[in-house]
Design a protein around this ligand. Sequence first.
Ligand SMILES: [Zn+2]
Length: 314
Amino acid sequence: MTRLWSQIKDLRLRRDAIKWLQLRTNGGEHSLTRDEINDFFFDGERFKLIDPMKGIRKPRELEAALTIMTSFRKPGEERPYADDVGPDNLPRYMWEGNDPDTYTNRGLRLAMERGLPLIWFIGVGGSPMQFHAVCPVKIIGEEPELKRFILTPASEDELSFTNLEERDMAEEIIKRYLLRETKTRLHQPVFRASVIRAYQGRCSICNIGHASLLDAAHIVPDSDEHGIASVTNGLALCKIHHAAFDSSILGITPDYTVEIRPDLLKEVDGPMLEHGLKARHGQALMMLPKNAKERPDRALLATTYKRFLFAQSA
Ligand SMILES: [Zn+2]
C-alpha cells in the first residue's frame, strides 16, 4: 500500500513538474535560470527540480531520478555536444563518476527500468546561466562500458514501448522516429534557445525584439548536422528576414554587411520593401552576440554569400 502510494505520488510529481515547465516556458519558448527552475511547488511545498551540486537530481522522496542537467558548452569547440551523441544519433548522458552504483546512477537506472519520464535541463549560456528544459525524456538503454545512458526525447503517449525487446522488433521504424524526435524536441529547441539568447532576443538585421516573430536561422543548412548546431552557424532573424535570407533576396557578407538583391533595389513598393529590405542594403548587422566567440562563423557566411551572388547571375 505504501509502495503503491509512493509510486502514484512519484508519477503525479513528474506529471505536475513537466506541466509546470511547459507553462512556465510557454511550451519551450523561454529558458529559465536555476532560481526560476527551483521555484516549483508540489502539494503546496517548494520542490527543487535541480540539485545545486550534481547533474542528476534524485530526490530523497523518490526512488528514481527526476531530472538531469547538462552544463553549457562554450562555442569554439569543434562539434559541440558530439561526445554526447551515439552512433544511432540519440543523445547520451554520462554516469556520475565511475561507480555504477552511486545513488544517482542507480536512480537513473531505475527510471529506465520503470519507463519513467525525466526532465533534462540543458545550459544555453547567459548570465545568470539559462537552461532550456527538454521534457519528457526517457532512458531506453545503458552502455556500462562507456559509463552512460541512452536518452530519447519523447512524449509519453506517442512512445509506448518500454522494454528493449520491443525496441528490437521494430528497430528501423523506431530508430527513424527517435531521430526525428531528437531533432524536433532536442536539437532544434536547444539551438533556438542558444541563438535567441546570444542575440538578446532581437533580429540581427532589423533589431525587432518579439520572441514570437523570431527564428533561429541556420547559416548553412543543418541537414547533415550531428548533434546540436553551434551558435556560430546561427543568426537570430525575424520571420521576414529569415525567409529573405533563405531565398537569397538578402545576403550577408562575411564582414557582417547586409546586401539586398539588385533587382529589388530598383523596385518601388510599400513600407516593408522600402524600410524592411531596401534601407538595410549596405548596412551592418544591427545585433550581434556580445561574446565574439558566439558571432557568425565568417567561413559559413562566405558559403551562403556565394549562393546569394550566384542566384543573381542565374
Ligand atoms: Zn528582421
